[in-house]
Design a protein around this ligand. Structure first.
Ligand SMILES: Nc1ncnc2c1ncn2[C@@H]1O[C@H](COP(=O)(O)OP(=O)(O)O)[C@@H](O)[C@H]1O
Ligand SMILES: CC(=O)N[C@@H](CCC(=O)OP(=O)(O)O)C(=O)O
Length: 287
């Protein structure tokens, strides 16, 4: 450490740290499930910054659980292979050839990129999919969607043991079936099911918009279940935002304390949400 005359920036840094104390205390021992969407993942520098935030959370006593997506990466690989794919209600129609590609992309390159980024910051991340330790046993969601799974049985005990060992699970949203099938699970749906199984304190859904927007494009800082239903019926909430808001409602009724939909591209998005009174994005909480 170099000693130099006092500087305004250092004073501001010390003040920010001091102001974070009540939040550090509030989230000590808390379970925070973070879903990192494919669009929010960004370039290497953005991922390194996300990884650093996650390691900092672990350092100050939070149990972070990362669930990732990777829709754009799946699209790129399907295109290379000449496989056409379509979405219904924000979920990919998944035949046998598609599920093979989805598993390869998500459990492989995408998962390990996040694991490596966290470990490079000094964390102990362990990459998993819903198949490992029967973490996420699924049933078919809807025959029209093919191998898209709805999570049914979760192995929360296994995740708790990892948290006790101060490990950071990084989970690809691939489910296992009761008859040996492989299921493609929407990343938001998987994160919601994991958060509910852990009765998480927070579920953060990181995406590529500032939050849920109204018809005029303004970010809604808070949303109730009734407002979500109305905005969805009006078509204001559409596409990829549908699984997010559906997940938020299911997670809240499943015992998660609050869900936040926020912009993962913003620097230090998770830290801003947890450790300052500025918050970020759209907050959805019970009743
Ligand atoms: N009301 C809304 N507010 C904000 N975004 C919306 C809304 N309705 C639809 N969207 C779309 O949802 C997208 C986020 O979903 P998605 O692309 O699946 O993200 P991710 O890859 O992060 O899971 C936004 O980029 C936006 O285009
Ligand atoms: C069933 C379903 O739609 N699964 C998703 C899984 C990846 C995902 O959710 O990726 P993002 O979070 O980046 O959107 C898919 O196949 O694209």
């Amino acid at each position: 450490m170099r000693r130099q005359p006092m500087n305004r920036d250092w004073i501001a840094t010390a003040r920010t740290l001091s102001a974070a104390l009540p939040y550090l205390q509030r989230y000590d021992g808390a379970t925070v499930v973070i879903k990192l969407g494919g669009h929010a993942m960004g370039d290497d520098a953005a991922l390194d910054s996300f990884a650093r935030d996650v390691v900092l959370m672990r350092q100050v006593g939070v149990n972070p659980v990362i669930v990732h997506g990777g829709g754009p990466m799946i699209n790129a690989m399907l295109k290379k292979l000449g496989i056409v794919s379509e979405f219904v209600g924000g979920k990919r129609v998944t035949d046998e050839a598609t599920v093979e590609v989805v598993e390869m992309v998500l459990s492989g390159r995408v998962n390990k990129r996040i694991v490596q980024a966290i470990n490079a910051q000094g964390g102990q991340a362990i990459g998993l999919s819903g198949k490992d330790a029967n973490l996420m046993v699924c049933e078919p969601a809807d025959p029209a969607l093919g191998f898209v799974g709805t999570p049914k049985d979760m192995n929360a005990g296994f995740l708790r043991r990892l948290a006790q060992a101060e490990m950071i699970p990084v989970i690809a949203p691939i489910g296992t079936g009761r008859h040996g099938e492989t299921f493609n699970v929407n990343g938001d749906t998987a994160a919601g099911a994991i958060a509910a199984a852990l009765a998480a304190d927070r579920l953060l859904l990181l995406t590529d918009v500032e939050g849920v927007k109204d018809a005029e494009g303004n970010v809604l800082t808070q949303l109730t279940a009734a407002e979500i239903r109305r905005l969805t019926a009006e078509g204001v909430i559409s596409g990829g935002m549908i699984p997010k808001t559906e997940t938020a409602l299911a997670a809240i009724s499943g015992g998660v304390r609050a869900v936040v939909i926020l912009d993962g591209r913003a620097p230090n998005a998770c830290l801003l949400e947890l450790y300052t009174d500025h918050g970020a994005g759209t907050l959805i909480r019970a009743g």
